[in-house]
Design a protein around this ligand. Structure first.
Ligand SMILES: Cc1cc2nc3c(=O)[nH]c(=O)nc-3n(C[C@H](O)[C@H](O)[C@H](O)COP(=O)(O)OP(=O)(O)OC[C@H]3O[C@@H](n4cnc5c(N)ncnc54)[C@H](O)[C@@H]3O)c2cc1C
Length: 490
């Protein structure tokens, strides 16, 4: 095998940082492979298949559910396949290798006045990590998840076969795929569960007559290794302004959100919420935060044909209806001010991760979503249980999509154990309300117990059968989404 440039590390102390993500779960592997070319990825995977070596793919390691944290076998990092191969200005398309970073993509695309408006919030995430978790960033409210922007992906299956999947080319007939590719026949059944009709990233994405590309998007490193992709870009909006509004009463903040959702004259890209506990945590870094009950962050893009002044006036008059801290509110329309507001938005998950690292505790966070008309019921449920459980917590995030990040802040193992029980209670509540146990972070390794609340045994076995079709030797991304033992049984 010609691996002239492949980096292989076999001493654990040399690759310890590849055995974790932001979940704090610790991993285990015998070696790390860092291919530098597509040929080396293909060779490595064929080699894993021949030797029956379990492997886990690692991208930016910013995931929150330990999807990239191997528990056995070897790790393969795609970080060196980081080229932006081409940006086609006319077709508004970016052609990227798996390890390209969003930071580089944005810098390059910006030269052509283009952008991936659905970029994930965490700029250290790599393109294939975001595809594999179907990430949706802070602008999810206005622009949806990355799924909507992926037009082609190249995938190496765990058996070594290569598929280039172009959107619109290979479709299921109801729940059955039956197609020829490079002279080989593929025929397999999709699971029969129905996903909630809201943003959801819980288990494989399936629906009648679906596109093959959508099966691989969000498959959490279990079906095939994404090696490159084509992403649809958009023109950078003519103007953007951001707002950070602090409310004296929580009820006002929540009502403001409901009102903005119904209001046809504003159409934010982001609509986010911070509860009082989130603001207290952030106040350690940002002294300008008043003693507010909650805050709302929004980003408003102003495209061609939209009037900047009337959009701004609509926001101002909506804000003025409520009791807010008008001296502390921020309406930012310069790049510098906007960066400051965005940094504020991004700081909270970072502070939570630091807290958990300091206390050596696993991430105990939820990203349940519910239909929007149920968000106040879900919010009140979180609050009532959270205030009485004896564990600190913060609740914040994508409220415009009825999707909050409820994060426990356990200080010791006993609190972590208790938090887990409450997380189950919260997942059950979200499901009762017609929601999902994960809207964007996926299941990975740490949310598997909750997937069992959403799907029954035979539905999870259907997922396992589907994975086994692509990975008959059960090698790739083991213990993601469901226990590997289920794979061996089906
Ligand atoms: C501060 C912060 C804020 C965040 N905000 C958001 C947010 O707003 N929205 C959101 O959706 N997420 C958010 N996340 C979570 C995280 O950034 C996303 O899940 C991101 O898409 C993960 O990308 P990554 O490159 O770090 O992937 P990794 O964590 O390295 O891997 C994630 C999964 O993808 C698989 N994978 C990686 N590369 C490949 C490949 N080439 N082929 C097949 N499988 C592969 C891995 O095996 C793993 O299962 C946030 C994280 C942090 C730390």
């Amino acid at each position: 095998m010609a691996w002239s440039t492949m980096i292989i590390k076999t001493k654990k102390e040399e690759f310890e940082s590849y055995l974790e993500d932001t979940s704090n779960l610790k991993g285990n592997a015998s070696s790390l492979y860092i291919p530098q070319t597509l040929g080396e990825i293909n060779d490595a995977i064929r080699n894993f298949y021949i030797k029956k070596t379990p492997f886990t793919v690692v991208a930016g390691k910013t995931g929150t559910t330990a999807g990239c944290v191997a528990q056995e076998g070897v790790i393969m990092s795609v970080e060196m396949l980081n080229k932006i191969i081409d940006i086609d200005k006319t077709k508004k398309m970016a052609y990227l290798q798996a390890g390209a970073s969003f930071k580089d993509l944005e810098e390059e695309a910006r030269k052509f006045n283009l952008s991936l408006l659905a970029s994930p919030t965490e700029s250290l995430a790599l393109v294939s990590g975001a595809i594999s978790t179907c990430a949706s960033g802070v602008r999810g409210f206005g622009y949806g998840s990355i799924r909507n922007y992926i037009s082609t992906i190249s995938v190496v299956l765990p058996t070594g076969e290569i598929l280039e999947i172009e959107r619109g080319k290979i479709l299921a007939n109801k729940r059955v795929f039956d197609f020829q590719y490079s002279g080989k026949s593929f025929k397999f059944n999709l699971p029969h569960y129905t996903q909630p009709s809201i943003k959801s990233q819980a288990g494989y994405f399936v629906k009648d007559n679906m596109d093959l590309i959508d099966l691989f998007i969000g498959s959490e490193g279990t079906l095939g290794v994404v090696t490159s992709c084509k992403l649809r870009l958009s023109e950078i909006p003519e103007n953007v302004f951001d707002g950070l509004i602090f409310f004296k009463k929580e009820q006002d903040g929540l009502e403001f959100i409901v009102k903005i959702k119904k209001f046809k004259n504003v159409c934010p890209a982001s609509l986010e919420f911070f509860d009082r506990n989130s603001l207290r945590m952030l106040k350690e870094k940002y002294s300008f935060i008043p003693d507010a009950a909650c805050a709302v962050y929004f980003e408003q893009t102003v495209g061609l044909g939209q009037d900047y002044n009337s959009l701004m006036d609509n926001w101002i008059s909506s804000i003025e209806e409520y009791a807010t801290f008008s001296d502390n509110n921020i309406l930012a329309d310069t790049v510098r001010e906007r960066e400051k507001v965005f940094e504020f938005r991004h700081k909270l998950p970072q502070l939570i991760n630091e807290f958990l690292r300091q206390h050596s505790q696993l991430k105990a966070s939820l990203d349940c979503a519910v239909p929007f008309e149920k968000i106040l019921e879900m919010y009140n449920f979180y609050k009532e249980k959270g205030e009485n459980c004896g564990i600190d917590y913060v609740n914040f995030g994508h409220i415009g999509e009825a999707h909050l990040h409820f994060n426990f802040l356990p200080k010791n193992d006993e609190q972590s154990l208790k938090a887990k029980k409450y997380m189950e209670i919260f997942c059950k509540k979200a499901l009762t309300l017609g929601g999902t146990i994960s809207a964007e972070h996926g299941i990975g390794k740490i949310k598997k117990p909750f997937l069992k609340l959403m799907y029954n045994k035979s539905q999870i076995e259907e997922m396992a059968r589907l994975k086994k079709y692509f990975d008959p030797a059960c090698l790739m991304g083991l213990d993601n989404i469901f226990e590997k033992e289920i794979l061996f049984k089906v």
